[in-house]
Design a binder for this molecule. Structure first.
Ligand code: NDP
Length: 286
């Protein structure tokens, strides 16, 4: 019997745990964890995402603030804003909402974020620690959310064949490294992979992070596999994943839906990271 992984429910549980931990933290340290989200330009989807992050912070008792720069902002202005937030002791987490408008170099801005406040886990120092296999204090949000979802299935990582389709810095590579850290045997696929179906069929754990609607079909999945669909593709009004849900659910043991799978986990993990950053920083400063 196929099991649909309830990302929404798992994310709600984590948010509840974070809310409780924030309450305790505020009681002990008399400090409110604070996340600053930097948004450059007026991309409509990004506007919605930053508002959701702001609201999610408030719901767990944290401060969430959005800093808006016009689309015409220069790289210097953006980097200066980040440096200002780095220096502000009341700020514990900084997130640059991507994509940045054309003409700006997001990598240069991400590199400016203090590694201690890098709640997205994208700073080279935090990425380097992930590569070295160190236990991370601030792991990238979507990949660590994916790991939380996989854990709920009860599958053992050790020696499991894990196939990650996609090699981006924000999803594919870090999730592959987290799986490797848990002793899975990991294969990463990308646009030049020769026989995608053949590689995917080996997977006990299959993570699809491509951005191509329905690229993973039932005949590409090993019976009983755990299938995690990261893709969020808009087709008209509808949001669909990278996994063809109808055919894959006939074969897989577990599957995440879109929406309601990986998506809600990203914000839950962002909140968890912000609290963690606040704990680390207040310990360092005391
Ligand atoms: P990118 O576009 O950065 O990366 C896509 C990857 O897919 C690339 O590595 C690319 O290969 C690979 N790819 C493209 N075509 C194929 C193909 N035919 N076969 C195999 N691999 C292919 O995307 P992201 O990693 O940023 O995002 C992936 C998806 O996840 C998107 O739909 C995005 O919206 C979603 N997403 C969802 C999040 C959530 O919270 N739910 C968070 C982040 C992303 P190559 O490197 O060779 O070009």
């Amino acid at each position: 019997m196929i099991k649909v992984i309830d990302g929404k429910g798992i994310a709600a549980r984590i948010r509840g745990e974070v809310a409780q931990a924030v309450k305790e933290f505020k009681g002990e340290r008399a400090v409110s964890p604070k996340l600053c989200v930097v948004l450059v330009g007026g991309d409509p989807a990004s506007q919605v995402y930053v508002r959701n992050k702001e609201k999610a912070c408030q719901e767990v008792g944290m401060i969430g603030e959005v800093y808006r720069l016009p689309a015409t902002a220069s790289q210097l202005q953006l980097n200066q804003l980040i440096r200002q937030l780095n220096a502000d002791r009341s700020v514990h987490g900084i997130l640059l909402q991507l994509p940045a408008p054309k003409g700006l170099d997001p990598i240069s801005a991400l590199d400016e974020i203090s590694p201690d406040k890098d709640v997205d886990g994208l700073h080279p120092l935090n990425m380097g620690k992930l590569l070295r296999g160190e236990e991370l204090l601030l792991a990238p949000c979507t990949p660590s959310g994916i790991m939380e979802l996989i854990i709920t299935t009860g599958i053992s990582y050790e020696g499991a064949e894990a196939v990650v389709v996609g090699r981006s810095n924000i999803v594919g590579k870090p999730v592959a490294l987290l799986l490797l850290q848990r002793h899975a045997t990991v294969t990463i696929c990308h646009s030049r992979t020769k026989d995608l179906a053949d590689v995917c069929r080996r997977a006990d754990i299959l993570v699809a992070a491509v951005g191509s609607p329905g690229i993973i079909r039932g005949e590409m999945v090993k019976p009983g596999a755990v299938v995690i669909d990261v893709g969020t593709n808009r087709i008209g009004e509808k949001l669909v994943g990278d996994v063809e849900f109808e055919s894959v659910k006939e074969v897989a043991g577990f599957i995440t839906p879109v929406p309601g799978g990986v998506g809600p986990m990203t914000i839950a993990m962002l909140l968890k990271n912000t609290l963690q950053a606040a704990k680390n920083l207040t310990t360092k400063q005391s």
